[in-house]
Design a protein around this ligand. Structure first.
Ligand SMILES: Nc1ccn([C@@H]2O[C@H](COP(=O)(O)O)[C@@H](O)[C@H]2O)c(=O)n1
Length: 542
């Protein structure tokens, strides 16, 4: 695409708005984690890049960001509101430069770029995230937005496009600079979205997990070669491109044999080598059906949460020492990140479905009548808990894309491709699978986006998929008496949600502290218990 842009004398910038790490075996399967992915990312020519929240959950991942990723992208990594505490010196330093001014090579567009993170508070204590509201008052920012020789302000960030943070930045720039175009690129909420802030300011978010290439085009900008105050002909447009080879062939006008480059082939070979070394295709079991995060109703047999709650958690979350004690198990739904497809459940699937290394904690001998209400409180959308503690948004325990589901979308769906069909037919081309005899060729289910520009942003046209709301957490029980309720239970939960559990218990009149919460199953994680269950319960021959 860059070659194509160069050939037409336009500029193509590649932007990465963070959350590069976690969520697949290439990252989580190596020891230490991230050994291969850092090398793979480095091969991309990214023009502006920033951190997401995932890079900052742990000391080691923030260290890797500072010591490896920032140097790998030293001309393009920006950290406008993010500092790092260097353990070797004890000093607090910006993780990367706060902003960058550059001129594009073909058209000479003068750009001032920033890289933000939303007001995240769950980071490990070797980084500091400064609130956006405070950052925009700092001298360096105020000076940067007063620069007169700028054709475009480019604000990238791991920040939702509809957020207080971006509204704050927009207002701050417009307060001193009413005319210069502003382009925001966002993230974190895992959705395709486009927001129009004013006639010269727009924001694009390109979905989740690299499923989508969010493409933005701007025509009519002033340039250093032809500076002008007039931006009357300014035109913004956006497109959400499904991330697959067919899309790439289509947009580059190339094909299977002409699309690959020598560099691309080398990177692909490296990925293949890494996947082999990490045994990512080794099969733990064969999923008998698809299990969906939000495409099936919570409670139905096709819901991944129902399967976990009814089968996996009661059987697999058990401590040897306390196996006969009745237990309630609470797991946040956000701990599950992806659907399971019918067919092989591999080592890679483990990291895709639940990449987090959270441990199971428990509080012993909690009165059942109290323990039983904890999940209810957390699932009550926080009216009670958030009033008690506004900084603890219980809704953040759900997958982020859930926040945009205001009501369930229910559609009668055509069956998806079978595993065999997906794998053995080298992917079925869009629009050819469900064609009816003699009729219009059918479409496959996929993203059907509506944003501030309408409903024509999706590059590949799909049929609508069902999209249901899920609770903040799921609740399972095990080792209960055959009749009646137990008097006391072990309350088992992911350590990540411990503050919420303690808050709910306190609200219910039971004062426990983190001292009362102990490790339940050593270093087992949700990912490892799911994998063990799959090993024991599903066929191995797919
Ligand atoms: N250690 C962790 C960290 C996060 N979660 C859950 O992940 C969701 C956030 O997802 P992003 O990928 O957008 O950051 C959220 O629902 C958290 O509850 C977790 O379970 N454990």
């Amino acid at each position: 695409m860059k070659e194509k842009a160069d050939g037409s004398g336009v500029d193509l910038l590649l932007i990465d708005t963070g959350d590069r790490i976690e969520g697949n075996g290439l990252y989580g399967g190596s020891n230490p984690v991230g050994e291969y992915t850092s090398e793979i990312f480095k091969q991309q020519e990214i023009d502006v890049i920033c951190s997401g929240n995932h890079e900052l959950y742990k000391k080691s991942s923030a260290d890797r960001e500072y010591l490896t990723t920032v140097p790998n992208f030293k001309d393009s990594y920006l950290a406008s509101n993010l500092d790092y505490i260097d353990s070797s010196t004890g000093k607090t330093v910006p993780l990367a430069p706060r902003f960058r001014k550059f001129t594009t090579k073909n058209q000479g567009i003068r750009i001032v770029a920033f890289g933000f993170l939303f007001d995240f508070t769950g980071n490990y204590n070797n980084t500091i995230i400064q609130e956006v509201e405070k950052t925009v008052t700092e001298t360096w920012f105020q000076e940067a937005i007063r620069d007169k020789d700028v054709d475009l302000f480019l604000v990238i960030g791991h920040v939702p496009v509809r957020s207080e943070e971006y509204t704050t930045i927009h207002k701050a720039i417009r307060a001193v600079n009413w005319d210069t175009p502003i382009q925001f690129f966002g993230g974190h909420t895992h959705i395709r979205d486009y927001k129009i802030y004013d006639s010269k300011t727009v924001a694009l978010e390109g979905g989740r997990f690299m499923e989508t290439i969010g493409f933005m085009s701007i025509e009519g900008l002033s340039t250093s070669k032809a500076p002008t105050k007039r931006t009357a002909g300014l035109k913004f447009d956006r497109m959400y491109i499904d991330n697959n080879l067919y899309s790439f062939h289509h947009h580059t006008n190339l094909n299977d044999s002409t699309f690959p480059t020598t560099h691309g082939r080398t990177v692909s070979e490296y990925i293949t080598h890494a996947r082999k070394t990490l045994k990512l295709d080794s099969v733990h079991g064969c999923a008998p059906q698809d299990f969906w995060l939000s495409r099936a109703r919570y409670g139905s047999r096709d819901s991944i949460y129902t399967w976990l709650q009814d089968s996996v958690l009661p059987e697999a979350v058990v401590s040897k020492e306390r196996k006969d004690k009745p237990r309630l198990i609470i797991v946040n739904t956000g701990a599950i990140r992806y659907d399971i497809f019918k067919g092989p459940f591999t080592r890679d699937t483990t990291f895709i479905v639940s990449p987090f290394t959270n441990e199971f904690h428990y509080i012993r001998d909690v009165p059942y009548t109290v323990a039983n209400k904890v999940a209810l409180l957390i699932n009550n959308e926080g009216d009670i808990l958030v009033d008690a503690e506004p900084t603890m948004q219980v809704s953040s325990l759900r997958p982020p894309e859930q926040t945009s589901i205001t009501k369930a979308v229910t559609v009668e769906e055509m069956p998806l491709l079978d595993y065999d069909e997906r794998v053995h037919s080298d992917q079925v081309r869009f629009g050819q699978h469900h064609g009816q005899d003699g009729g219009e060729p059918g479409l496959t289910p996929g993203y059907t986006t509506t944003d501030d520009l309408g409903d024509d942003g999706d590059d590949t046209v799909h049929t609508v998929m069902s999209n249901y709301r899920v609770p903040n957490c799921m609740l399972a029980n095990a080792s209960f008496p055959h009749s009646g309720a137990p008097e006391q239970v072990d309350l088992v939960f992911m350590d990540f949600i411990e503050p919420y559990i303690l808050l709910a218990l306190s609200f219910l009149g039971q004062e426990y502290t983190s001292e009362d919460a102990r490790n339940y199953m050593g270093d087992e994680t949700l990912g490892t218990v799911i994998t063990q269950w799959v090993e024991q319960n599903w066929d191995h021959d797919c």
